[in-house]
Design a binder for this molecule. Structure first.
Ligand code: BDR
Ligand code: CA
Length: 334
């Protein structure tokens, strides 16, 4: 049976690739897509989402725009990584808005949850501001959520700080609200997504498919990352994640293309690609240096009971099978 899902995203290059994967799959019944501020502002994440969904030929899927900023903080962007529009490497000829609804994302989520007896999975591949608002404003829909599957968290590394992942760092208060809501919470951490890379020869294979979707995917992959910042690109440094010279140097050396958000979608399509374990998790919201750090009690320091372990953590991904799944999804668009 298909899994009923809502995708909440901050489209973004890897979000767009995640949509390519998700919207091709028979395993998913995508009943709506919501947008949030994150990689770029919510106007751009919404525009990108609408255009990508249209390019993928899925005008049947409705989209609603969500929160322009985190619950309690000023926005933080990653336009150095994704480009000032959020989709560096590709420009749409025109903007498609036909499936953009006139209601707020949180209201749309609530309606979608209420309209079906079947429980719905929320796949959150951006900061969880919309999801937290949903749980704060409409706690009665909580039991209608099957689970929340999230891209983010880490236990011994970070991005864009040494200890925190972007989607948590942007809105840690929202993240805390969500992980202690009692709804099943599954995360794809940075340790896993760092191994979910697409290699240059695989991007060549993608490009060689020659279809509009394949060319779109290859183009944005080639525009992905801080080493691709164009000389004429005006990055808004006021709200931008830190791009130090050392980070640029490291990125040049590694030249890796990390499929964070597609890997998260892949878990819902085929969990056999992953291993998982359950832990207790909290998040640092007041740190001087460590805001957004996810404390994951891997060594069972707190001796939490099973029902207090609020995080199902993906611990490994079968990269070759994941990339096959992604390439196969691109082929499905013909
Ligand atoms: C996450 O942050 C964003 O930049 C990506 O879209 C992804 O969701 C990776 O840390
Ligand atoms: Ca994202």
């Amino acid at each position: 049976m298909k899994e009923r899902v809502i995708i909440d995203c901050d489209t973004g290059i890897d979000d767009a690739l995640a949509l390519v994967l998700a919207l091709s799959r028979p395993e998913l019944d995508i009943v709506g897509i919501t947008t949030v501020a994150g990689n770029v502002d919510v106007e751009n994440t919404t525009r990108n989402t609408c255009n990508v969904v249209h390019l993928l030929g899925r005008d049947d899927i409705r989209i609603a725009k969500g929160e322009p900023k985190p619950l309690e903080r000023e926005p933080l962007r990653a336009s150095g990584v994704h480009g000032v529009t959020g989709l560096r490497g590709y420009t749409f000829d025109s903007d498609w808005k036909e499936n953009l609804l006139d209601i707020h994302a949180v209201e749309f989520m609530k309606r979608l949850l209420e309209e079906s007896d079947e429980k719905t999975t929320i796949i959150a591949i951006g900061p969880v501001t919309n999801v937290a608002k949903l749980l704060i404003e409409h706690p009665e829909v909580k039991d209608r959520i099957r689970r929340i599957v999230f891209m983010g968290t880490s236990y011994h590394c970070g991005n864009p700080t040494p200890v925190s992942t972007f989607n948590v760092l942007v809105d840690p208060e929202a993240f805390r609200k969500v992980i202690f809501s009692g709804v099943e919470f599954v995360a794809c951490p940075l340790e896993v997504t760092k191994t979910a890379t697409i290699e240059p020869d695989e991007v060549e294979r993608l490009d060689a498919m020659g279809t509009p979707v394949a060319r779109f995917a290859a183009s944005i992959i080639r525009g992905y990352g801080i080493t691709k910042i164009g000389a004429d690109e005006k990055i808004d440094t006021a709200n931008e994640e830190v791009i130090s010279e050392n980070r640029l140097k490291a990125a040049k050396e590694s030249n890796e293309v990390t499929m964070h958000d597609p890997a998260t979608i892949a878990y819902v399509i085929d969990p056999s690609l992953f291993t998982t374990a359950k832990y207790y998790c909290d998040v640092e919201c007041k740190g001087e240096l460590t805001t957004g750090f996810t404390l994951i009690d891997k060594n069972d320091y707190y001796k939490k009971e099973d029902d207090e372990r609020n995080l199902t953590l993906m611990e490994s991904i079968d990269r070759p099978r994941f990339i096959d799944l992604f390439l196969d999804s691109v082929r499905r668009y013909g």
